[in-house]
Design a binder for this molecule. Sequence first.
Ligand SMILES: [Zn+2]
Length: 95
Amino acid sequence: MIHNMLFISNLGGTETIIILILLLLPTVLCVRRAKQLHQSKVVWGILGFFLNYVALLVAYILPSVDETKSCDYCGKLIMTTAKKCRHCGEWIEDK
Ligand SMILES: [Zn+2]
């Protein structure tokens, strides 16, 4: 920890700014992704800040969950964009 602080204090202004950007970038990208997924920006902002690139990776793997819904007729998972259920063959009405 002390070693890291000494390392940063020995750097010039430009390097310090680059390190700050690299640390804050996952936070910003997580918040943007949360907006796309209609999820809490605060939660993803905090996750992005503490877990950095790990949270970012999870945020970009996650969306596949949001792209499916259950069929009104048979209850099986289908794509939200589907017009016809591939399990029971019923036509899905847009709501
Ligand atoms: Zn169905």
